[in-house]
Design a protein around this ligand. Structure first.
Ligand code: BDP
Length: 334
């Protein structure tokens, strides 16, 4: 009696287990479909790196997470996309730290003109403990920064003349990204700054609403701005890091194992992006030069740097809690 009862309980358990396994086979765990924002077009270094990230995550999580990258800013402009990622409406993105400033004040430190001496120094700083401080500030606003991309150095370009001294900026209408610091930057050089979405710049240049803008070689080239604004002057006033950021809610939905996979894929993507950036930047430069763009060196950068001093002074006055971040970045580059 007893034996048969035990037998039947075990049998029951076995049947239940088999039924469970069959159900699991028939209904696999729902895959997380991740939507990723990318402002750049197909083939751009960042795009290739992001697509590699998506592929690696899908493969290594065996389909538990399926990221898809939406290129060319089709999911909206950058300030909107930042808000959407913060709220979890988008799952991941590659953001520039310029338009991040109004949302995550600490990142404004990175937008102080000439804060970095070189792209190499920027990488060194962001890959170390200082980079972690920025990641912490982003996390407070629901953005998990998993790795840092580069975006070269931004320089001024316009339709009117080569910029060799600050006086050459006088009276030029210059598009800037959405950040008050950039308005001050152009104003201090005697120009008129116009904050505008990236996607509107081409038309604004064409119709003469603006005379110029500022960007790195790959963006200047891939956006087609070089076709209209044919003076590119190597002011190299901003060396901005970019993040590969995940929405906090999407991140927290992951198991620890999958977080590990996603983090590793983001680090691999940054490595790839930096390498592709160096190559792509060179290719873009060659392309614009052969299209007739006049590229000029700016020999007296100190004259531009001097005009930025009041911005630093005002910044630390308004944000005393960020002063140590400014001085630590400067000290790290000595
Ligand atoms: C590019 C950045 C992109 C910015 C764009 C701009 O990679 O994130 O949106 O500049 O100027 O270099 O708006």
């Amino acid at each position: 009696m007893q034996t048969s009862k035990r037998f039947s309980v075990a049998g029951c358990l076995q049947v239940t287990a088999i039924a469970g396994a069959l159900t699991a086979m028939a209904m696999p765990v729902q895959a997380e479909q991740w939507r990723g924002w990318n402002i750049q077009p197909p083939g751009y270094p960042n795009t290739v790196a992001l697509e590699g990230f998506a592929k690696e995550v899908a493969e290594k999580t065996e389909g538990r997470v399926e990221p898809k990258v939406y290129n060319s800013g089709v999911l909206g402009n950058q300030p909107d996309a930042i808000e959407q990622t913060r709220s979890g409406a988008l799952d991941f993105a590659n953001f520039n730290m310029g338009p991040m400033g109004p949302i995550v004040p600490a990142t404004n430190v990175l937008s102080l003109p000439f804060i970095f001496n070189s792209v190499e120094d920027m990488y060194k700083v962001m890959d170390g403990e200082i980079g972690d401080r920025f990641a912490d500030a982003l996390a407070e606003k629901n953005l998990i920064a998993l790795s840092w991309f580069g975006s070269g150095a931004r320089s001024l370009y316009n339709t009117a003349r080569p910029v060799e001294t600050p006086e050459d900026v006088q009276g030029l209408k210059v598009r800037v990204m959405n950040n008050d610091l950039y308005v001050e930057m152009i104003d201090n050089l005697g120009g008129n700054a116009t904050p505008m979405a990236y996607s509107d710049v081409y038309q604004a240049l064409k119709t003469g609403v603006i005379d110029g803008a500022e960007n790195n070689y790959p963006s200047y080239e891939s956006s087609g701005h070089y076709e209209i604004a044919q003076y590119y002057s190597l002011t190299e006033h901003l060396i901005l890091p970019e993040c590969l950021c995940i929405a906090k809610s999407s991140w927290e939905d992951l198991s620890e194992e999958d977080q590990q996979i996603v983090r590793q894929a983001a680090e691999n993507a940054a490595k790839k992006q930096r390498q592709l950036w160096a190559e792509g930047s060179k290719a873009s430069r060659e392309k614009i030069v052969s299209a007739g763009v006049e590229v000029n060196e700016v020999t007296d950068k100190a004259a531009f740097q001097e005009k930025m001093q009041p911005i630093y002074a005002e910044f630390v006055k308004q944000n005393p809690q960020l002063e140590s971040l400014v001085t630590d970045i400067q000290a790290a580059q000595q």
